[in-house]
Design a protein around this ligand. Sequence first.
Ligand SMILES: Nc1ncnc2c1ncn2[C@@H]1O[C@H](COP(=O)(O)OP(=O)(O)OP(=O)(O)O)[C@@H](O)[C@H]1O
Length: 754
Amino acid sequence: MSSQQHPDFEQEKQHLGFTKKYIDVVIKTAETSKDQFQENMKESFNDVDWLESSMSYLSLLTNARFFEMSRDELKHLKIARKKPYFARLDLLRDGTKEKEVLYIGKTSLYSRENQEQLIVDWRSPIANLYYEGRLGDVHYESNDETYNGYLSLKRQFMIEDGRLDEIRDIDLTTTDELLQESLAKSSSNRLTEIISTIQEEQNKIIRADLNRPIIVQGAAGSGKTTIALHRISYFIYQYKENFAPEQLMILAPSRLFIDYISEALPELGVEKVRQTTFQDYVLTAINEKLSIINDNKLIHLLENPNHKESNQLAWVSSIKGSPVFQQILTKYIATIYESFYPTEDFTVDKFRLFSKKKFIQLFKDDYNYLPLYRRLEKLKAVLQNDLAKKKQNMIKKIETYYDDRIERALYRGNDPEKRRQYVSDALDKKTLRLAEIKKAIRTALPTYMRQFPKKSLVYYYLQLFSDPTQLIHWSEGHLSEKEGNILCQYQQQLFRKKQFEREDLALMLFLQVHLFGIPKELKAKNIVIDEAQDYSYMELLSLKKALDTDMFTLVGDLAQGIHSYRGLTSWNNVITNIFPRATYTELQKSYRTTVEIMEKANELLRLLPYSFPEVVPVVRHGESPTFIKRRNGKDFVRQIETQVAFLKKESYKTIAVIGKTMKDCRLLAHLFNEFSVEPVKLLEEQEKIPKDTMVIVPSFLAKGLEFDAVMIVCLEEAFSRESELDIKLLYVAMTRPLHRLFFYGERKEDFIIL
Ligand SMILES: Nc1ncnc2c1ncn2[C@@H]1O[C@H](COP(=O)(O)OP(=O)(O)OP(=O)(O)O)[C@@H](O)[C@H]1O
């Protein structure tokens, strides 16, 4: 049963009215004075009937502790006012006679003293019944205990701006209606929360064991980004006593993407989670300002396919990201460590204080949990302590030695002059020796430590590629002589220009961890990586080492792996060698695109050399993707403008023109700037996405984003069937629209599957 004709509609409307007013009172009281509560209550609930019917709630409120809420709780309650809850569950617990009525919302509201909940948080254990429980006998787990009961009602509420529009009683068969409505909406250019329509398979991932890493291979539009954010929200809720949100981290593919997800964060209560990119994180962790030549490589590969240089570029990237470098770096680091084994004992003057054997044993074994330079610091402190302890003893020994000699001299021989001379010499020697030993005590440690010169991370990194013979040796047969030479030459050429590539960052981070360590504040308790398919093996490994935890949520789609020359082509290696505790899940259902668009995009997957299962769109129909022969110059701009005007009339709000390369996009932007009356915005890596302007975006930057309508344009650059990268880029572009897709080009063949 649905709509406003529902017999309970009026009653629910009243309940909503009460809840809203009630929230207002709580907010007002929390913000002003707790003593004002009764008066605030009377003022708001001047309707006597309501007041009486609400007496049970009233009694909850007399407890002053109720109002002690944190600033964050207050903020969330204010947000919740517009839509306090989205569902209701009626549950009769086993062994009880009275059913419980639970209203599920984004944030909870309850009496802290008697635990009676007015609104139950969607992340609480009992709320799982909304996502997974069928009507009838149900159970849920909380604190390792299982609770059983009978679920007699599952009701959804459509509340808009605090107004109840509709109520709907649901069972498994009807849950899709709300989802369909939500998917049919227009995109706002931003990611939003999906709390009321989370699907069962998605819910399983959000609530999967929080003490284990999780890897999700999900089709384009299957909700990976959304789920990852909801999982963080769930984590924060579950561990609110143990961790602050600042201890969690989201690694996004670009700053553009961070801007894109930013709107969903406050609603989910995760806005304080650190959000950064891999590059920015590494540069902070190694504390270096390096010049990184970024996606140049992708662009080069795109613009010069099958070129000899492109092949070399791709090979260099893949080798630097591969496990071969784990081996090379491990050997290299071992060599650096050995170069720190002292050749001499630690002596002060003639006293041997600390043997080199003991030093090496501490350095190698006892402190092996520390990075190299921290071990040195520790050892320096050990020697310093030792010296401080033995200092007086050494001085005493010298004093005793000379005092004994002087004493003995006093009784020696008969010549008083000689005796006097002898004693005077001994006294002089004593003074000299004491001065010597005091100086030695002062200088011995700094002199000893000087044999361990402090070098920078960049120094060590450059050294790694300074000698091809060494590099080949450390690779233990994985690099041929030719390959070792090519790699060293390539790196040296970069270094001469004082440049580094993104692929260098993982290796530098790995070195940093082992040589200098990562500051505590840059470690994280839980990390979410979106677009994880674009990370290399070494990037993921170095991150795990740097962050000192395997609590990662990796979400990605290998079919969209446009950086697979450096990234991953399978999750196997990652699971086996980096995250062996990980749970692996696949999502094949796509929620973004219509059936018509997804079917066309699926044709591209069939052309890829790996077998990707077809993406199953949630059944939502729309217009078929359309090819339009494009005109030139001003006429082409008019053509697009007419299309945009038409789409806007159809109420589509967000529209993007996607070109294959940045070069084509720049040409497009130029054309529009010259001939268009409407403003357009060319999106680059660092941009913010404007809300009401049509955007031009290159295919590789469009990854992860979505728009109501997309126009893929081939101006000078076409997509080639021969290139795996082109197939993936076109796939990325085709899976961006929610509703409409157009291809504008000279020839249909430029779009491979037309
Ligand atoms: N359960 C759901 N209810 C409503 N909307 C959903 C649901 N799951 C996903 N969506 C919507 O589907 C779209 C795609 O979600 P999202 O961007 O998280 O997918 P993705 O897997 O990260 O996609 P891509 O691989 O293309 O980056 C978004 O508009 C999201 O709001």
